[in-house]
Design a protein around this ligand. Structure first.
Ligand SMILES: C[S@@+](CC[C@H](N)C(=O)[O-])C[C@H]1O[C@@H](n2cnc3c(N)ncnc32)[C@H](O)[C@@H]1O
Ligand SMILES: Nc1nc2[nH]cc(C(=O)O)c2c(=O)[nH]1
Ligand code: SF4
Ligand SMILES: [Mg+2]
Length: 265
């Protein structure tokens, strides 16, 4: 079993969310969030919204620690000092500055953004015509999932070192009723992950499914081997077509092909 890192603030209080009556659209909610980075505009590099102009808000802290995580700077407690405590209004100001005030999609990622309360940010942004997506592993549900335009649930395959708690995962699905689009995105490193993804697809036949090959080279300083990345994609496409499995869409991590493992793109 891998170590599970829980951010100090969550460990101390059990939950950093304000009471339910303060989780709505209130502009004055005094939530402070731990933010690892805010960047963009760039393109969404993965899954259902691939290619879409996006500003990313990356939350600091995760209840998982996947063996191959490409965003350890938002997970590992060694980077905790780099996570800025930001009020919702400050995050919103940065999003509007980066987007020049022109509405686009804001993607909440992390870390696990579901540890924190993004309801006030989503309410502010939607009022101004912005759209919101969220990437999460499905281990923690939040009422604000229902206010999203897109919820990307990315359950972790065996190679991650984690086992999915399907009850918690199903809670996320329940919480997201009302969200326009709910999709599954599964990272595949090996045959075992692939077989596992098939079982997950069987369990959730109504959810659109996106598969992406795992990237084993996650050091931001090491250039990505594009030939190897293409071979991994080739391997996955071959698997799906040989099986006549016509359910998932197979996609690369577009941003990795363009920028490698560079941060902030
Ligand atoms: C960094 S995670 C953050 C959001 C959330 N914690 C999650 O895992 O869904 C964003 C996406 O990147 C994927 N990812 C992380 N490391 C990866 C890697 N080495 N290769 C391919 N995808 C990866 C995750 O599976 C997830 O779909
Ligand atoms: N361009 C781009 N697309 C992404 N899709 C998911 C990302 C993530 O790390 O959550 C990501 C990211 O960091 N950059
Ligand atoms: S759940 Fe997401 S952010 Fe957390 S360790 Fe796994 S891939 Fe990284
Ligand atoms: Mg990433």
């Amino acid at each position: 079993m891998t170590e599970v890192l829980i951010p100090r603030a969550v460990r101390a209080t059990g939950d950093t969310s304000p009471p339910a009556h303060r989780q709505g659209a209130s502009r004055s909610a005094p939530t402070t969030l731990r933010i690892a980075e805010i960047f963009g505009p760039t393109i969404q590099g993965e899954g259902a919204l691939i290619g879409e102009p996006t500003v990313f808000v990356r939350a600091g802290g995760c209840d998982y620690r996947c063996s191959w995580c490409d965003s350890l700077h938002a997970v590992d407690s060694r980077y905790r000092d780099t996570w800025a405590p930001m009020a919702t209004d400050e995050i919103w100001q940065e999003v509007t500055r980066l987007s020049g005030g022109q509405p686009l999609t804001v993607s909440l990622s992390g870390g696990n953004p579901a540890i924190q309360n993004f309801a006030p940010l989503i309410a502010l942004g939607k009022e101004a015509g912005y759209r919101f997506a969220c990437e999460t592993q499905g281990s923690i549900s939040q009422p604000w999932f229902a206010a999203l335009d897109t919820l990307v649930l990315s359950p972790k395959p065996p190679s991650s070192g984690h086992r999915v708690d399907w009850q918690k995962f199903d809670h996320c699905l329940l919480a997201a009723r009302g969200c326009d689009q709910i999709v599954l995105k599964i990272v595949i490193f090996d045959d075992c992950d692939y077989d596992w993804a098939k079982a997950v697809a069987h369990r959730y036949p109504d959810l659109p499914l996106y598969l992406q090959p795992g990237n084993p080279e996650v050091d931001p300083e090491t250039p990505v081997d594009l030939t190897a990345a293409t071979e991994r994609l080739h391997w996955l496409i071959e698997k799906v077509t040989a099986d006549r499995w016509f359910v998932p869409r197979v996609l690369p991590q577009l941003h990795v092909l363009v920028w490698g493992n560079k941060r902030g793109v």
